[in-house]
Design a protein around this ligand. Structure first.
Ligand code: DON
Length: 313
């Protein structure tokens, strides 16, 4: 049942979030936390939090919405924004903008496509973006952390050294992707230095409240919390479009069908989503489906757009 098909601007999201949390409690088969990074495997799959941040920074939340979790691939949205802001369209000579239809860590398309990854959100594409940001800034992960701290208003956000070390110890596949692209001349920095930046990037711990606030610049068409512009309106549209088509990997079609919003998942169990011109959301629950997306997270966003009528369609 639609609570409010076209919510007025004064809609408070709290009753919607409360209702979703109640429904999610009964979601069967909540999936399994990622186990290929041992530091993530220990999280309780029943944890659940959800936050909505309005354009003025008002945040609503439910459940474990203030509990920090591992942001992982959600950070790919922010490094993409930082790099696009600096180098503009030149980036697209090094990474594509098409859905891959393959798992996030897949190697298969790279050889046929000359070391140019399909999009910035699969691991290969994210490595290219981080490499380019590293070349331009000398500290890609530090730039990212500064952006997340500023947009969330939370100066305590930080890298999780245990998660970064755990991923370094199990990083053979990402190393293979980076070396393979380097063989095509599509990576500038030494691979070990790039992997260090990438694993630190993925290790940042943040809560649903932090990430909903941090993503709000995409709902504000590129304007940061302090009123300055990070992305042009057109670039903000581009990032949102790539989230919609590529943000949940080989499940992006199903996510668009069920949720109808630009979204980006991470194997820590978080998903951010954007309602352009309206609000940004983040949901977290560590149990993943076989494609690496949070089971309860997708279900909660599905309910959110159904109950509020808010979607890009
Ligand atoms: O590269 C990796 O394997 C992780 N650090 C990030 C993967 C991730 O979150 C993919 N998402 N669903």
């Amino acid at each position: 049942m639609v609570i409010m098909a076209v919510p007025p601007s004064s809609l408070t999201y709290q009753p919607v979030l409360k209702r979703i949390a109640e429904e999610i409690e009964h979601t069967p088969g909540r999936g399994r936390p990622a186990d290929y990074i041992p530091a993530l495997a220990a999280r309780d799959p029943r944890a659940f939090g959800m936050a909505v941040a309005e354009l003025d920074g008002t945040v609503y939340g439910v459940g474990d919405w203030r509990e920090p979790f591992s942001t992982q691939s959600i950070t790919k949205v922010f490094t993409l924004a930082l790099d696009l802001a600096r180098e503009g369209d030149e980036l697209w000579e090094h990474v594509g903008r098409e859905p891959s239809g393959n798992p996030f860590n897949s190697l298969v398309q790279l050889e046929h496509e000359n070391g140019i990854p399909r999009n910035p959100f699969i691991n290969a594409g994210a490595l290219v973006v981080t490499d380019r940001l590293q070349t331009r800034t000398g500290d890609a992960a530090g730039e990212l952390l500064a952006l997340l701290r500023a947009e969330s208003g939370n100066p305590d956000l930080d890298f999780d050294e245990e998660v970064a070390a755990s991923e370094t110890a199990h990083g053979d596949r990402n190393a293979a992707l980076a070396h393979f692209m380097a063989s095509y001349g599509n990576i500038d920095n030494p691979v070990p230095a790039l992997l260090d930046q990438y694993f630190r990037q993925c290790s940042i711990a943040a809560s649903c409240a932090d990430l909903a606030l941090a993503a709000t610049f995409l709902a504000r068409h590129g304007i940061r919390a302090d009123g300055t512009r990070l992305l042009s309106r057109s670039q903000a549209k581009q990032v949102n479009a790539i989230m919609l088509t590529c943000g949940t990997y080989d499940a992006a079609g199903d996510f668009a069908y069920r949720v109808g919003l630009p979204g980006k998942s991470g194997v820590g169990g978080g998903i951010i989503a954007v309602v352009p011109g309206r609000c940004a959301l983040c949901v977290w629950s560590p149990g993943l489906d076989e494609r690496g997306n949070s089971v309860a997270g997708v279900a909660a966003l599905d309910r959110f757009t159904t109950l509020t009528g808010l979607s890009v369609f």
